[in-house]
Design a protein around this ligand. Structure first.
Ligand code: ZN
Length: 327
């Protein structure tokens, strides 16, 4: 098959012919119709982290099953599927308790194993669900990783209908999914961005209001949704209402932050970490997707060969929503 291949890290991708992977007994192989980009596609080229090499990137994709392992039941060649990129052993006590993101062997498609920026990908059969009718291939490729991440974040933050929520730094896939999932959960969702056009677009997408990242944020939110990190941390903490919860899944603009302990305990704040999601959470968010959850597709690039153009847009941080490659 053709695939984007990373042979050293730090390094650059090369469009290469590689052996087509064969599914193991409990795996399926998917011929990808579309894949979507994530920051991980850049990080692995900078050895942050260094993946097992050679490596094929891509955490998000959707396509058609073209081979089925001998023990797999319930799936057949020709089935149209979305792919859950959060992979764990599904057998240890942690997995069996439903907390698979805490499994010792937890891994992410396109980071710990070959991903979706290729003609085909092999995943455990447990990691595919039927593509909902009525959603496009581009949306199906775009929703998984970010919607799953946002769904678990907001469950862990106990977001309730009617609460006020703030998404810090709208633009990337996770923050757009935070806006969509927060609205689906019945919250009033505000956003911040430095970019006026992204603020306008977020309001069009249903944000209750949008603030300039560099100015005061005139609100107190029960839940602050963070993945920026050091650059916004202090203002994110100050945007919490008493008893508020700050939930974070990343620090794209700095990973070390300071916490004022008096502010933390007097105001009874909670700081909550979260990453990816469990198998049950993927099923839940896929049902939301089937019911019409907003998926913001920024740009669609035509042909697997166009991956470098898509990657350049991601690197320039120009996007609002997901950058998709239609294979
Ligand atoms: Zn496990």
């Amino acid at each position: 098959m053709k695939a984007w291949l990373l042979e050293e890290s730090p390094g650059e991708y090369r469009f290469a012919e590689v052996p087509t992977p064969e599914p193991g007994p409990d795996e399926v192989r998917v011929r990808l119709v579309a894949s979507a980009l994530n920051q991980m596609d850049l990080w692995v080229t900078r050895a942050l982290p260094r993946p097992p090499l050679p490596h094929v990137p891509g955490g998000d994709g959707a396509g058609v099953i073209d081979a089925v392992g001998e023990s797999v039941e319930g799936w057949a060649v020709g089935d149209e599927v979305v792919i859950n990129p959060a992979i764990s052993c599904r057998a240890c006590p942690v997995c069996l308790s439903g907390e698979s993101p805490l499994c010792a062997s937890f891994g992410i498609l396109g980071e710990h194993r070959w991903g979706t920026h290729a003609e085909q990908v092999v995943v455990p059969a447990a990691n595919v669900l039927a593509k909902p009718e009525g959603r496009s291939w581009e949306e199906a490729a775009a929703f998984s990783l970010c919607a799953l991440t946002a769904w678990r974040m907001l469950r862990r933050a106990r977001l309730a209908a009617g609460e006020t929520m703030l998404v810090v730094g709208i633009g990337g896939g996770v923050s757009c999914a935070g806006l969509a999932v927060g609205r689906a959960m019945g919250a009033k969702v505000y956003v911040t961005s430095r970019d006026p056009s992204k603020r306008d677009r977020a309001v069009e997408l249903g944000a209750a209001g949008a603030f300039d990242s560099g100015e005061d944020w005139p609100l107190k939110a029960q839940v602050v949704f963070e993945n920026v990190g050091a650059a916004t941390w202090d203002r994110s903490m100050r945007a919490l209402a008493p008893g508020g919860r700050l939930v974070t899944c990343g620090g794209t603009a700095g990973s070390k932050v300071e916490v004022s302990l008096p502010r933390l305990f007097f105001k009874q704040y909670e700081i909550i970490g979260s990453t990816m999601g469990s198998y049950a959470e993927y099923t839940q968010v896929s049902e939301l997707f089937g019911q019409g959850l907003d998926v913001v597709v920024d740009e669609v690039h035509s042909g697997l060969g166009a991956f470098p153009d898509a990657l350049a847009r991601l690197e320039a941080a120009q996007q609002l929503g997901k950058i998709v490659v239609r294979h």
